[in-house]
Design a protein around this ligand. Structure first.
Ligand SMILES: [Mn+2]
Length: 419
């Protein structure tokens, strides 16, 4: 991704905001486990990254928009010789400028930030004494999660300025992130290519009687060899484990005769693929496995066909349910339409991007959206869970399937697994 991409994202965000707006975005901190040093993988706040291209911990981006103009400032840690000796190079002002597309003069050191913020808050007041709002990226999903540094800073500011209104910028950025540029689509496509290739490599050597984590490890080995990381924890669920949607213990023996469901995704430049495939452990489908597999494959085609501009997003899931009402009768699973939810109990799609479940605010499909298409069929009484998940780009015309038919036909799977 080029610096122009991030500069463009900031420009489009500022265009959405009223004069007098201040936005504070924080990159985050490396997690600390218990008694250790900060050597764990850092996962940057994706809204921050979308606007800066910087994936270093403890960096703030402050945007402000006033009648007099716009200002964009980064605050980074001042490089420290001793820290560099221990941990390697630190982000310099020149690098921060080069990644984000800001001039070097817009990159400052952390110790100046409080004074700068005071100036921004006072400067943003339309008239003296009028209260002012500051936007943060408040991404809280549950009460249980620990307070984030961004939340702490928001509360600190409000302590100093009791009339401050804390606002959430998440909605505005979600609106931007809903539509991908061709460069973003390319990252997702490359991540998907590596995901599929790693699955193929894994299938060539996988054997019944091994543990689920051993199959998963072979897959992950090839992703690592390709220089990529994982968008999320690999789901490797054999037999009846596959009816649990987010099973990730991956610690059971893979039993001959059953099926094996993988839900995984390599990550390219923080853009994650999200692919699910289901295989017969023995390498050959039984008649029943083939019957259920083909039903899910057809369901996916029905859902994908709805992923066209102007079609309400909920219609793709409805297409799966409507198809299942007939198909699951033929498969002797249901007798009444109301029973479909016993075998299919999730939505067919979510947005995909910097997050595996990417924020999206569209109720209708729109060109540039990248979404998953992942119908499943979970037959607990037969110990079979099947999910087939492809990544789809909505275009002006027919949907473009970035994953395609790879590893999704009985013929290809049986051929690869014939070993
Ligand atoms: Mn998914």
């Amino acid at each position: 991704m080029t610096a122009e991409f991030y500069a463009g994202n900031r420009k489009r965000l500022l265009n959405m905001l009223d004069e007098g707006s201040v936005v504070c975005l924080y990159s985050g901190l490396v997690p600390v486990k218990s008694h250790d040093q900060d050597m764990h993988p850092f996962s940057v706040n994706r809204n921050f990254y979308y606007l800066t291209g910087i994936d270093t911990q403890n960096v703030w981006l402050i945007l402000s928009k006033r009648a007099s103009g716009v200002s964009e400032t980064l605050f980074i840690d001042q490089p420290d010789e001793m820290l560099i000796k221990w941990n390697g190079p630190m982000l310099t002002a020149a690098e921060a400028a080069q990644k984000s597309g800001l001039p070097e003069s817009a990159v400052r050191y952390m110790q100046d930030m409080d004074r700068y913020m005071a100036g921004q808050i006072n400067g943003a007041r339309p008239t003296m004494g009028e209260s002012v709002g500051v936007y943060f990226s408040l991404d809280r999903l549950s009460m249980k999660a620990a307070q984030t540094p961004a939340e702490q800073y928001a509360l600190t500011l409000r302590e100093k300025y009791p009339d401050l209104q804390i606002k959430n910028i998440a909605r505005h950025i979600a609106s931007l992130r809903s539509i991908k540029t061709p460069e973003e689509v390319e990252c997702i496509r490359r991540a998907g290519d590596v995901t599929i290739e790693a699955l193929r490599q894994m299938l060539r050597t996988a054997r019944p009687g091994e543990y689920e984590y051993q199959w998963a490890a072979d897959y992950e080995h090839y992703v690592a060899r390709a220089g990529m990381r994982h968008g999320f924890t690999t789901i490797a669920a054999s037999g009846e484990n596959a009816v649990m949607l987010h099973y990730h213990e991956n610690n059971c023996v893979v039993k001959e005769g059953g099926m094996f469901l993988f839900d995984l995704g390599a990550e390219c430049g923080y853009y994650s693929a999200d692919v699910s495939r289901t295989f017969p452990v023995s390498g050959k489908f039984t008649d029943r496995q083939k019957e259920l597999f083909e039903i899910v494959r057809e369901a996916q085609a029905h859902a994908r066909d709805k992923m066209r501009p102007g079609v309400p997003v909920r219609e793709s899931n409805q297409a799966v349910i409507d198809f299942y009402k007939k198909a699951l009768r033929t498969a002797k699973l249901i007798r009444d339409d109301s029973e479909v939810s016993k075998y299919y109990y999730h939505g067919v799609s979510h947005s995909l991007g910097l997050d595996t479940h990417d924020p999206c605010d569209r109720a209708e499909y729109e060109p540039g959206m990248v979404i998953t298409c992942e119908p499943g069929l979970y037959v607990a009484e037969e110990g079979i869970g099947i999910r087939l998940e492809n990544d789809i780009l909505v275009t002006e015309g027919a949907p473009e399937d970035l994953t395609g038919d790879r590893l999704m036909t009985v013929a290809e799977i049986e051929e690869i697994m014939s070993r």
